[in-house]
Design a protein around this ligand. Structure first.
Ligand code: PLP
Ligand code: ZN
Length: 439
């Protein structure tokens, strides 16, 4: 049987669309779409055969298995020609584990370091799939002129890099003064058309949706479900790295909420194809300054209301009106999920604590780690349970946050894990004294 994939409406209407169509919402009912895979075709291979095949491809030197995403090609985008794939070796990131971290958090804890990637965030996992599909469409003569996205910083960095590699023009809409310097310079360096707008992310998102009504400008935000197909490999890869054992919990920071739905979809596929026999629970962590999912969760998902996002150190999740809300709610229902929130003080100190184990934690991972501490306090996560935190970006993109943390100059943060450089004269006696006072 031929292994095919297509877009399908996520609501009851179930309308299907070809992956070559330029479409982000259902024409009948305006719901989001998801990429649907033919499970019957995928089941022709047994769970054991999939496991041994993935093991044989793991960290391969051969294209495209040298990418963690494309080594799962049959589950991602089965029909694309290899020569159209635009990859930078995304995925295969380290699943961090140490006695030190476990003792700092008093938990069996692992951190999936998605920020150790070409542009420094998990966004690379999805962007390789989207840009590959667009590249394939262009190579087959479809009329696409450029790819566009609105971004809180990391989506634009990923789009600009992959589009530049494929030589496809790209347009980036950013909220002025709301992203880090490193994030701003990434698309600039990759020669994207960068438009810095006097609004917030939600404002940029509204404009890019109008801009991409012109079908020749292709939309790269995560409401485009092609990105979800790449991002879903993160959960699959974690479980493969655990030798197909399923942790009790995943904790993931959430903003526009594409990534939590991606995590859920990957794990569901493992379950449906019989590679795993149980499902983990999923906790979404939001910043208190932009917490619409948290509020909806507290409400039993009765009614969802967007919020006006406030200024937060976790700038990549400073989003008040998440596009993928419906998908996220479905995921939480499927995975017995919960939502927790973290304040600026909590996220900063959780990041500071984790860094003592050799990590270099960005503020979003700080939100997830803070949520872990709070859920432990409420005994929702217990000491004997295994936890995987999805670290979404590389802390080096947020050096300013780290510097201010250790200088103790962040607003609303009482620093608990400060480490200040000592300034001394260059005298051996002073240096010796400083060293031996400490040990
Ligand atoms: C994009 C992003 C998120 C949020 O992912 P969503 O899919 O929007 O929920 C979290 N952390 C970082 C660092 C990001 O770049
Ligand atoms: Zn529909």
């Amino acid at each position: 049987m031929k292994n095919t994939a297509y877009f399908q409406c996520i609501s009851k209407c179930g309308e299907k669309y070809n992956l070559d169509q330029v479409i982000y919402r259902c024409k009948n009912c305006n719901s989001l779409l998801e990429v649907f895979h033919d499970i019957t075709a995928l089941k022709e291979k047994s769970a054991e055969s999939w496991k041994s095949e993935f093991a044989a491809r793991y960290r391969s030197v051969d294209f495209p298995d040298d990418s963690g995403v494309w080594s799962k090609k049959e589950w991602v985008l089965p029909e694309i020609e290899n020569e159209h794939i635009v990859s930078m070796g995304e995925g295969y990131t380290y699943l961090y584990k140490s006695e030190k971290l476990d003792s700092l958090f008093n938990q069996d804890l692992r951190v999936k370091l998605c920020g150790n990637s070409h542009t420094g965030s998990f966004k690379d996992l999805g962007m390789t799939v989207l840009v590959s599909q667009v590249n394939s469409m262009i190579k087959r003569g479809k009329p696409v002129k450029a790819i566009a996205c609105a971004s809180t910083g990391d989506t634009s960095a990923a789009l600009a890099a992959y589009a530049a590699k494929a030589d496809i023009p790209c347009v980036i809409l950013l909220p002025k003064n709301k992203i880090s310097l490193a994030q701003l310079i990434q698309p600039v360096a990759n020669n994207a058309l960068v438009l810095s707008l006097n609004t917030d992310f939600d404002g940029c998102m509204e404009i890019v949706q109008k801009l991409t009504l012109e079908k020749e400008i292709y939309l790269a935000n995560s409401m485009n479900s092609l990105r979800i197909e790449g991002q879903k490999t993160v959960g699959i890869e974690v479980i493969q790295q655990l030798n197909w054992q399923v942790p009790d919990w995943f904790i993931i920071p959430g903003g526009n909420l594409g990534n939590v739905s991606a995590l859920g979809r990957g794990i569901s596929l493992l379950y449906d194809l019989g590679l795993i026999q149980k499902k983990p629970r999923i906790a979404v962590a939001q910043t208190q300054k932009a917490n619409p999912l948290y509020l909806a969760y507290k409400n039993g998902f009765e009614n969802f209301k967007p919020v006006k996002a406030g200024q937060t150190l976790a700038s990549a999740i400073q989003i008040g009106n998440p596009v993928s809300i419906d998908k996220a709610v479905n995921t939480l229902k499927e995975f017995n999920g919960i939502v927790e929130q973290a304040s600026e003080d909590e996220l900063s100190n959780a990041a500071g604590l984790a860094d003592k184990s050799g990590l270099f934690t960005d503020p979003h991972t700080g939100v997830a780690l803070a949520a872990l501490l709070k859920l432990k306090n409420q005994n929702i996560i217990t000491k004997d349970e295994s936890v995987v935190v999805i670290s979404t970006a590389n802390g080096l993109k947020f050096a300013d946050f780290k510097v201010k943390y250790h200088e103790s100059s962040l607003d609303d943060v009482t620093v608990k894990h400060q480490n200040k450089p000592l300034e001394l004269d260059s005298e051996i006696d002073e240096v010796r004294k400083a060293v031996f006072e400490n040990f």
